[in-house]
Design a protein around this ligand. Structure first.
Ligand code: MG
Length: 376
């Protein structure tokens, strides 16, 4: 079966909110990719935590280098499946653009703070606001004026929302699945961070090969294989080779499984894919099990490691204190936001402002405003 038939064809795109003339040699999704790369929110990913803050080392992933790794895996998988690589790349590059400072812990704390107002914070929905509203780069429209499929992919890349949950997003037809390119994002994101976090975890000396021997047998099987072929090799390089093979195994399984499921689905085009009751992208049962064991291991041994938790707690507490400070002192927000807070719900304006901050900027603001308030 020709899988290219289910690839998103830009000729079938629902287009942009504000129609624009075609570019002489760049496709529509390639233009979206370029707009994302040139956005301020994309550049700020460089100073947002993935797992380790820069205090640990300059060698570790931040959210920007993670994003580049996701884009690379997305392109490879999309190409192997005959999908639209430009759409997949645009979606990968934009997938974390709505992340607040301090990773998932920052997102959770912001969500808890918003819940007190009967509201929410969700990085996918925030990403949509960034590309529709907050990025101001063009004379003729607010935001980046991305194609429908990229905006839809931002909303739907990690999960399906119930239509009743978000009536304001009705235009994205939440009861339908997104194209395969968007469905890929969650899986390639996981492949990227599971392998990268293992790598950084070893480099930070928080993970050791001994603990993997007991807790992740499939990892040690591969490691032992590498060790047998390179008995004199440096441990660090053998670990690197093991992680590389693991990444390859996850990506290969994803490609093969997804190819099989598309073929078995009888879907003939993107519209058929949208109407299917379930998403098609996924791992085989065996590899899904391996992947979730790896995830659980990383939580236990890395994300919940006291050294990581301590700094994370301090950081998200600073986020909370700054949120409360701004709410009580709206006049201390930059002019654009303090004016906005007079017209819109102040908690939403404060949330949007904080969510856009880099880790460093948030800590600096906290030091200047809250640190100052505490000492007077
Ligand atoms: Mg990600």
């Amino acid at each position: 079966m020709d899988l290219a038939a289910v690839a998103m064809d830009e000729k079938c795109s629902r287009g942009r909110r504000w129609p624009e003339p075609m570019h002489p040699y760049r496709g529509e999704y390639a233009r979206d990719r370029d707009r994302v790369i040139h956005s301020r929110a994309f550049r700020r990913l460089e100073a947002k935590t993935q797992v380790f803050t820069t205090r640990y080392s300059d060698h570790f992933r931040n959210r920007l280098t993670h994003t580049i790794e996701v884009a690379q895996i997305a392109r490879t998988v999309a190409q192997a499946l005959g999908l639209n690589t430009e759409l997949a790349e645009a979606l990968a590059l934009v997938h974390d653009i709505g992340h607040p400072p301090f990773g998932h812990a920052g997102e959770m704390r912001l969500h808890e703070l918003m819940r007190d107002f009967g509201d929410r914070f969700d990085h996918n929905l925030h990403a949509l606001r960034i590309v529709e509203q907050f990025e101001q780069r063009y004379l003729d429209f607010p935001g980046l004026n991305l194609t429908f499929e990229v905006r839809e992919g931002i909303v739907k890349h990690s999960r399906d929302y119930a239509p009743a949950e978000l009536p304001e997003l009705a235009e994205y037809q939440l009861d339908l699945r997104p194209p395969i390119e968007a469905q890929l994002m969650n899986a390639v994101d996981e492949i990227a961070y599971n392998s990268a976090d293992l790598d950084d975890g070893f480099e930070a000396r928080l993970l050791q090969i001994g603990m993997l021997r007991e807790e992740l047998p499939f990892f040690t099987d591969v490691y032992d294989e590498v060790d047998r072929s390179h008995p004199g090799g440096r441990t660090k390089l053998k670990i690197g080779e093991t992680i590389k093979r693991l990444l390859d195994c996850l990506a290969t399984d994803l490609i093969e499984q997804t190819r099989g499921r598309i073929s078995a689905s009888d879907a003939k085009n993107t519209d058929d894919i949208r109407r299917l009751p379930r998403r098609l992208v996924g791992f085989s049962t065996q590899v899904a099990k391996t992947n979730s064991e790896l995830k659980r291991f990383l939580y236990r041994r890395l994300y919940d490691h006291p050294a990581i938790v301590e700094e994370r707690d301090r950081s998200v507490n600073a986020l909370e204190q700054l949120f409360r400070y701004y709410l009580a002192h709206l006049e201390s927000l930059p002019k654009y936001y303090s004016e906005l807070a007079a017209r819109e719900a102040p908690h939403r304006v404060v949330c949007d402002y904080i969510a856009g901050m880099t880790d460093h900027f948030l800590l600096r603001q906290h030091r200047e405003l809250v640190g100052h308030a505490a000492s007077t």
